[in-house]
Design a binder for this molecule. Sequence first.
Ligand code: FMN
Length: 214
Amino acid sequence: MNIESIVRTRYTSKAYDPMRPLSAEQRQQLLDLLRFSPSSVNSQPWHFFIIESADAKARVKPAFGDLNGGKVQNAALTVIFATRTHIDEAHLNTLLTQEQQDGRFINDEVKASQDKGRRYFVNLNSGSERQQQEWMARQAYISLGFLLLGAATLGLNATPVEGFDPQLLDEILELKQQGYRSVVAATVGYSSEQDFNAGLPKSRLPQDSVITLL
Ligand SMILES: Cc1cc2nc3c(=O)[nH]c(=O)nc-3n(C[C@H](O)[C@H](O)[C@H](O)COP(=O)(O)O)c2cc1C
């Protein structure tokens, strides 16, 4: 399947088949899509909680209400995209150490420059706690986009989900205690025959009204 076909045929699943699990390979590819998503200055200010056991589904379902609870229940898995409560010194040092281990620095000068540049952009987006949270959330939404397109490429159905109670979800998963807060979610699996969205034509504004070629 080519990208042109994928973007025109992927759609938001409204109902999942609870009897169709993912293969181990599909599941791992989804996890890779999340982990390898790009983020500003490679800040990776996120953590992805994967809801897949019956117990975890039952626990988080109340936070998804009537609109999305059924999707969480029946989808093979649900990703909770969480961001850090704040970017601290320890996280900045962890990033730098990882980049060094991964062979990104040919010498200490390059390493120091990377550290300085990252701190500059983090500070630029940390004028207030809220500004930093919003900046981190934008990074999380990039990984949501990666997941949606990637899932479609794997022949899977998915649903981006903002329709949940983040405070309740954070309480259920004890995210604050772990230094995170939920931002957005996505369910992934195989649509069921009850998925009314499967047969609907896609609707988008015309190219000329959303894209300007200069
Ligand atoms: C950030 C975001 C949040 C969304 N939240 C929900 C949701 O809570 N429940 C739902 O059924 N669909 C949700 N949607 C799906 C949108 O309604 C859908 O993407 C849009 O109508 C375009 O349709 P398509 O995805 O089928 O192309 C969400 C989409 C995005 C991008």
